[in-house]
Design a protein around this ligand. Structure first.
Ligand SMILES: C[S@@+](CC[C@H](N)C(=O)[O-])C[C@H]1O[C@@H](n2cnc3c(N)ncnc32)[C@H](O)[C@@H]1O
Length: 266
C-alpha cells in the first residue's frame, strides 16, 4: 500500500474496508472538537512566515478544526482565508470565534475535500496542520486534489505526525478508538493527570481544563499514515508537487507529538 514496505498498520488497514473506516472517522470527528491554548499557533505562523509571504495572500486551510490558525493568518495580513473541515461542531466553533473577533475575511465551511469548491481564485497557499495523517488508505486522491486546487507557483504547507519506531501509543490509540466506550474517551484527561502525577511530572499543572480535555480525547483517534521523510517526499511528488522539503516542525506545546513540516510547490 502506498508503495511502502508492508508494516502492521498497512496489513491491518488492508483488512478493514476503508470506506467504512471513513464513515467511522467522520462520525468520530463530529463527536468532539480540538481546542488550543491562546497563542498556540504563534510559533507555527512565524515558521510559515520564514517560508513564504502571508501578507495579501489567499490561503486555504485544509482541516481547519476550530479555526485558530486561519484566524491568526488573517491577523498576520492574509487577504482571505478559507478554512474547511469535515467536523460540523469544529466549523460552528470556528465561525463563533470569527464573529467574536469581528474578522470578516475568513470563511469557514464544513465538507469534504472533493466537494469543496473554491472558485477560479485559487489559493496562493494551502496549509494543513495535523490532518493528513488521519486520512486512511491511499493518499493520492487527496493530495492530487490539493495540488489541483493550488494556484500555479503556489505553496503547500503541511504538518504530519513524525514516524517513530516506538508504536505503543499508536496501539493504545487503535484500542481506544475501536474498543473503549465514549464516556471513557471523554475522560482521558483524568488518566493523563494520574499518570503525570504518578511519574511525578506535573506537566499538566498550568493547562486549561477544557483544552486539556479536548487534547486528551485525541489519544483515542488513531493515525493512519505513518511515513518516513522519504515516503512523504514520494507521496507529494506523485501528486505533482515539486521542491519538496521535509523538516521537523516547531513544537507547539510540551504535550504535542513531534511532527514533520512539509513544504512543497506547484
Ligand atoms: C488534530 S485536528 C487538527 C485541527 C486543526 N488543524 C488544528 O491544528 O487545530 C484534525 C482535524 O482534521 C479534520 N479532518 C480529518 N480528516 C479530514 C478530512 N478528510 N477532511 C477534512 N478535515 C479532516 C478533523 O475534523 C479535525 O478537525
Amino acid at each position: 500500500m502506498n508503495g511502502q514496505s508492508p508494516n502492521t498498520l498497512n496489513i491491518i488497514l488492508s483488512w478493514i474496508d476503508v470506506s467504512n473506516l471513513n464513515t467511522l472517522l467522520h462520525k468520530e470527528f463530529n463527536k468532539h472538537v480540538l481546542l488550543h491554548e491562546e497563542g498556540y499557533f504563534e510559533t507555527l505562523v512565524s515558521f510559515v512566515a520564514e517560508k513564504c509571504l502571508i501578507k495579501e495572500k489567499n490561503i486555504f486551510e485544509f482541516g481547519c478544526g476550530t479555526g485558530d490558525l486561519s484566524l491568526l493568518l488573517v491577523v498576520k495580513g492574509a487577504k482571505n482565508v478559507y478554512g474547511m473541515d469535515i467536523s460540523e461542531p469544529s466549523i460552528q466553533e470556528a465561525r463563533k470565534k470569527a464573529l467574536k473577533a469581528n474578522v470578516k475575511n475568513v470563511n469557514f465551511q464544513c465538507g469534504g475535500i472533493f466537494e469543496t469548491e473554491i472558485g477560479s481564485d485559487k489559493p496562493d497557499i494551502i496549509i494543513s496542520n495535523s490532518v493528513i495523517h488521519y486520512i486512511p488508505g491511499d493518499l493520492r486522491p487527496t493530495l492530487h486534489r490539493l495540488f489541483s486546487m493550488l494556484k500555479d507557483g503556489g505553496t503547500m504547507l503541511a504538518t504530519v505526525e513524525a514516524a517513530n519506531k516506538f508504536s505503543f501509543i499508536r496501539m493504545i490509540q487503535w484500542f481506544l478508538f475501536f474498543v473503549s466506550p465514549e464516556v471513557f474517551k471523554r475522560n482521558l484527561h483524568m488518566l493523563f493527570g494520574l499518570i503525570s502525577r504518578f511519574l511525578n511530572k506535573d506537566v499538566l499543572r498550568n493547562e486549561n481544563e477544557l483544552v486539556l480535555k479536548s487534547k486528551a480525547r485525541y489519544l483515542a483517534v488513531p493515525i493512519f499514515q505513518k511515513k518516513t521523510k522519504d515516503e512523504w517526499v514520494s507521496e507529494f511528488k506523485r501528486a505533482g508537487f515539486s521542491d519538496i522539503l521535509i523538516e521537523m516542525a516547531p513544537k507547539l506545546n510540551k504535550l504535542s507529538a513531534p511532527h514533520y513540516f512539509i513544504t512543497a510547490k506547484k
